[in-house]
Ligand binder design. Structure first.
Ligand code: ATP
Ligand code: MG
Length: 385
């Protein structure tokens, strides 16, 4: 395992080095951008490598991938491409070259397309580029003073309309704040509140909101961000649900979603079922605490999906015994099946189903100990009346 890890680390370094080598020698002027510049400045390991290429990024990606031999995904209509290697993901985007772009050797003039590109970004800490070209390698272009904000630990928008232009930035700001332990800059906070008050988040599609929520839950500090959203009255969550989240493992996002209006969210049927089970987990637990017979335990738990049942003892340790009992009980084969009732002349209606369940309950509670006893019981019941 340790060997594998060090191998991956080695590969990662070499992917990055190969990319740098490629751009230093190539005709393209290219820059690291966004999270890559931010994270390396912070001394952190960047999640992925974002590169802006002056010129055709798709062509550059094709040429680079001859060296990296990764999986190349091309998005021709956006002029972007991604290279996915085992250890690393590189995203490349195009910035048009201008006719008056400076000749090599002269100090590089940042083309307005790079400036335009940075102008469209979310926060100052994400709006810097670092050159990966021979003549000015490592030079940082930081028109919004992102480096200063990194030092001060501030999340700051580039202009006053930022949150209205793209309300997903509200989620992003809170995510970065908690990931890096930064603060939202004073004016940015006011602009954010104004956008929230104007119900800008409600303008987003369910898909985009769901993406942001997934990103929040993929972070270590997700609880802080969920609390911030609640404090900002975006998605209010009760204290007890907030405390429950860490106990739920990968299902925690579904508990959260179950508390929101998710009508427009693209969720699968299985996901909605998990959400339903989680929504009533509190009442399931209290019913289970009161349950004193095998049949009641089974009737409470049988409609609930297995992965949610597994969570119950994590929330209430005392219920471990009852959950173990249930896993044994659910393997028990019923003495009485549908065919037995048919032979006794019972018609298939609602009563039929209830009768099967009643017989199983009697068996689980050991009030009936054999098939023979069960059939005798049914005969004595005068079931046809
Ligand atoms: P992470 O470490 O989470 O990947 P990142 O900064 O790389 O952080 P990405 O979502 O990968 O974030 O986006 C890459 C860059 O694209 C960001 O740094 C930012 O400059 C820009 N960006 C992403 N989303 C937006 C947005 N909604 N509005 C403006 N710029 C954005
Ligand atoms: Mg990124």
């Amino acid at each position: 395992m340790a060997k594998l890890k060090s191998l991956a680390k080695h590969q990662k370094k070499s992917v990055l080095n190969k990319a740098i080598d490629f751009f230093i020698k190539s005709i393209y002027h290219a820059y690291f951008v966004g999270g890559y510049v931010r994270d390396t400045t912070l001394g952190l390991k960047p999640v992925d490598i974002d590169i802006v290429v002056e010129g055709n990024a798709v062509k550059a990606a094709k040429a680079l991938n001859l060296k990296l031999k990764g999986k190349l995904c091309i998005y021709e209509e956006f002029g972007t491409a991604s290279i996915i290697t085992e250890a690393e993901r590189i995203d490349l985007a195009s910035a048009r070259v201008e006719k008056y772009s400076s000749p090599a050797k002269l100090p590089h003039v940042y083309p307005s397309t790079i400036i335009e590109d940075l102008n469209r970004r979310d926060f100052t800490i994400n709006a810097m580029v670092m050159s990966i070209s021979k003549e000015d390698f490592g030079e940082i272009f930081d028109p919004f003073n992102g480096l200063k904000d990194i030092k001060k630990g501030l999340i700051r928008v580039l202009h006053k309309n930022s949150f209205n232009d793209d309300p997903t930035r509200i989620f992003r700001a809170l995510r970065y704040k908690n990931r890096f332990g930064f603060k939202i800059e004073k004016k940015t906070k006011i602009l954010m509140k104004e956008a929230i008050d104007k119900r800008m988040i409600q303008q987003l599609s369910g898909q985009r909101i769901l993406n942001e929520i997934k990103l929040i839950f993929s972070e270590k500090k997700y609880q802080e961000t969920i609390k911030d959203l609640s404090d900002l009255l975006i998605y209010k969550i009760k204290k007890k649900d907030l405390e429950l989240l860490p106990l739920l493992g990968p299902n925690r996002i579904y508990l959260y979603l179950s508390k929101l209006d998710t009508d427009g969210f693209p969720l699968k049927t299985e996901e909605r079922e998990i959400m339903q089970d989680l929504n009533k987990i509190g009442s399931t637990i209290s019913r289970l605490e009161k349950a004193s017979t095998n049949s009641t335990i089974c009737n409470i738990l049988s409609p609930i999906s297995d992965q949610i049942i597994e969570i119950i003892p994590l929330i209430r340790q005392e219920l471990k015994g009852k959950i173990n009992t249930y896993s044994k009980l659910k393997k028990i084969k019923p003495f009485v099946k549908g065919n037995d009732l048919k032979k006794l002349g019972v018609r298939q209606n609602r009563k039929f189903k209830n009768l099967l369940r009643k017989m199983l309950d009697l068996q689980l509670d050991k009030n009936i100990k054999s098939k023979k006893e069960a059939i005798q019981y049914l005969r004595n019941m005068k079931i046809h009346e």
